[in-house]
Design a protein around this ligand. Structure first.
Ligand code: SF4
Ligand code: SF4
Ligand code: SF4
Length: 193
């Protein structure tokens, strides 16, 4: 019983601690409210691995104490297919969340973030033949190759992480960031603002 009382108290306390920025699952509410509502139950992570692509994992200590146990997208594990893929219109992670930290979002509204490119690591820039990122990208206009080099358009990128997952450079030339992410703006009572 005491344990049940502790969970929301801990969530409220941890939300006040500074943390880094990570790419959240689709349908996440604003970060501050997210950190209060998310009980770190891990149900969305399990749903992602059993019914989705398996991209979600819990944040660790390196993400910041306040973030520990909350879900993040890791495109090195798998891309998120909330758009243009197996989870489109289904969103097992959102449907499984018992607290409202993740809420339903229409596929065309989803933007998890955008990709950042390091040309100094890119095989195409370094003289090799590679446009794997452009081949796997499902978002029209997000990557437009020019003279054999990928050109990235963050306003078209939905943040799925397919290009990061597929990039053959070692270390990877691509990184998924929360820049431009689209989040739900809800207040505690559950009303859209
Ligand atoms: S939409 Fe699918 S792949 Fe993306 S986080 Fe949710 S369950 Fe995982
Ligand atoms: S299911 Fe909801 S409350 Fe549980 S870890 Fe995922 S986001 Fe947090
Ligand atoms: S650029 Fe990469 S992260 Fe963005 S939509 Fe295309 S494959 Fe997904």
């Amino acid at each position: 019983m005491l344990g049940l009382l502790f969970i929301p108290l801990a969530g409220g306390f941890l939300s006040m601690l500074p943390g880094g920025r990570v790419v959240r699952p689709p349908g996440a509410v604003d970060e501050r409210l997210f950190l209060e509502l998310c009980t770190r139950c891990g149900i969305c992570v399990k749903a992602c691995s059993s019914e989705g692509r398996g991209t979600l994992e819990p944040c660790g200590l390196l993400d910041g104490v306040s973030m520990m146990g909350t879900p993040k997208v890791n495109p090195l594990r798998a891309p998120c297919e909330s758009r243009y893929g197996m989870c489109e219109g289904r969103l097992p992670c959102v449907r499984s969340c018992p607290t409202g930290a993740l809420r339903w979002i229409e596929p065309e509204e989803i933007k998890l973030g955008s990709v950042s490119w390091s040309p100094d690591r890119c095989i195409a820039v370094l003289g090799g033949e590679c446009l794997v990122c452009a081949e796997v990208c499902p978002a029209p206009g997000a990557i437009t190759p020019r003279n054999g080099i990928p050109v990235f358009h963050s306003n078209r990128c939905v943040g799925c992480g397919r290009c990061v997952y597929a990039c053959p450079a070692d270390p990877k030339a691509l990184n998924l960031m929360p820049e431009g992410e689209r989040r739900h703006h809800w207040d505690r009572a559950g009303f859209s603002r």
